[in-house]
Design a protein around this ligand. Structure first.
Ligand code: URA
Length: 452
């Protein structure tokens, strides 16, 4: 028996635990073991923890990304009737609380002429997932086969789905284990997870929303920058030009957090953009501008940004969204009658700050965890999410909170859970007697040359 044929997962994990190098071939074999279940969940979580503590070299990280990408199908759009130079682009976020941006962004960018085949993920840790949010829409098929996915992208311009059985299956398994084993916050693991899905989707370009702050996986902006640079570098090596924006996640994004409640905000955003929460508008249009620029449809950022803004303001993006939902099996009149389909849980409770003052800081991770307590997140990979729970009317940093102005409304299944979540959220709020100025949402752009 040659050495090449011997692979013991425990020895592979031990090497990473002890800070030794991993070979490309062993990384490939471990990932193959994740995919065919010959490596156990315990081994996957131990490996994740070893990487969490010891990191990975650039070569190991690239090898993990490519192995996870190749663990299933890699889409070639030419096989589905697209021209070789079709503007196929996508965006991915590293995750936050209230981050429903993808669901508005894909239709906006599609309305401007690009194709957006978006493969999204489930909630992870304290953050919500685009895939879970879409599943709040009754009958929305988020797991079509590749042919149906491609046909929807061709017909509508965009399609948002989850990882089907055949797209980066190793990431799907790895991700669900990281979600519940405190092993999310690792630059190489996040890079491999995101890019394996995105590279499998056969993109021409990618824009990353890399979040920092109390509701992000990377609290510190320097860590977020390191993650952004790593993603831009690895994606570039794999032939996908990528731009990353560093964006602020020190507060809930938009006015809602949860599932059905966020979908209601998405519909409002697309149908009445002038009333949308300003930070949500800013980040969505900035990402749209970069997607349209990278996809080559516009020659400069300002024209790309303005095109995205027009598509939002004149209702074309709302029409694309409505069509996508209908084509994927959801209600044909979702945007006309969102409340008929997106129901909230019966118990609601306002959350007041401890004392009055201007909201100066939120512990956004704790707010995300309060949503898990409500049933809107998982503590076990197989948990079913309660789509009807969450938070609405969330106030931005700078708001004057007093006994008449709550920070948000909690929507829960029963009074006890509502109270427990409300207490967690109350303890996550800091107020100040000083005036609090709003913080910018988009702070840095990192492009392929590594420059900010
Ligand atoms: N999003 C992903 O898809 N994977 C991660 O690991 C983190 C955010």
């Amino acid at each position: 028996m040659s050495n090449e044929s011997i692979f013991l997962p425990q020895e592979f994990i031990r090497r990473k635990r002890d800070g030794l190098d991993l070979s490309v071939s062993d990384i490939n074999r471990f990932v193959a073991g994740i995919t065919d279940s010959s490596v156990t969940d315990a081994q996957i979580s131990s490996f994740a923890m070893a990487v969490f503590f010891n990191g990975m070299s650039a070569d190991e990280g690239a090898a993990l990304t490519l192995a996870m990408r190749s663990s299933g199908d890699v889409i070639n759009w030419c096989d589905h009737g697209f021209d070789a130079d079709a503007p196929i682009t996508d965006k991915h976020s590293t995750g936050g609380v209230g981050d429903k941006v993808s669901i508005m962004l894909a239709p906006i960018v599609a309305a401007c002429g690009a194709y957006v085949p978006m493969v999204s993920g489930r909630g992870l840790g304290h953050t919500g997932g685009t895939l879970d949010k879409l599943q709040a829409i009754p009958d929305y098929d988020a797991l079509p086969d590749i042919e149906t996915f491609a046909a929807t992208v061709k017909d509508v311009g965009c399609s948002i789905i989850g990882q089907t059985g055949s797209l980066a299956p190793a990431d799907r398994k790895f991700y669900s284990i990281r979600d519940v084993t405190a092993t999310v916050e690792s630059v190489p693991l996040i890079t491999a997870s995101i890019l394996s899905k995105k590279l499998a989707a056969g993109l021409g370009s990618l824009v990353m929303d890399v979040k920092f702050g109390s509701g992000a996986f990377m609290n510190d902006i320097n860590e977020a920058r390191e993650l952004a640079e790593n993603i831009v570098r690895v994606a570039g090596t794999a032939g996908v030009p990528t731009t990353a924006l560093l964006t602020d996640m020190n507060q809930v994004l938009g006015r809602t957090a949860g599932h059905a409640v966020e979908m209601l905000e998405v519909v409002d955003f697309l149908t009445s953009p002038s009333d949308a929460e300003p930070r949500l508008v800013q980040v969505t249009l900035a990402l749209a501008g970069h997607m349209l620029l990278l996809s080559g449809l516009y020659g400069d950022f300002t024209s790309a940004f303005n095109a995205a803004k027009n598509a939002l303001d004149d209702g074309r993006a709302a029409s694309v969204f409505a069509k996508m939902v209908a084509v994927q099996g959801g209600p044909r009149d979702l945007i006309e009658k969102p409340h008929d389909y997106l129901k909230l849980a019966g118990e609601s409770l306002p959350v007041f700050a401890n004392g009055s003052g201007n909201l100066s800081q939120t512990d956004t991770r704790a707010i995300g965890n309060a949503i898990i307590i409500l049933g809107g997140g998982r503590t076990n990979p197989n948990d079913k999410i309660d789509m009807a729970v969450g938070l609405s009317a969330v106030q931005p940093v700078g708001t004057n909170l007093d006994a008449h102005t709550p920070f948000c409304m909690v929507h829960a299944r029963d009074a006890d859970t509502a109270k427990a979540a409300a207490l967690m959220i109350q303890n996550a709020l800091t107020t100040s007697q000083e005036t609090v100025s709003p913080t910018p949402i988009t702070v840095e752009t990192i492009q392929a040359d590594g420059k900010g």
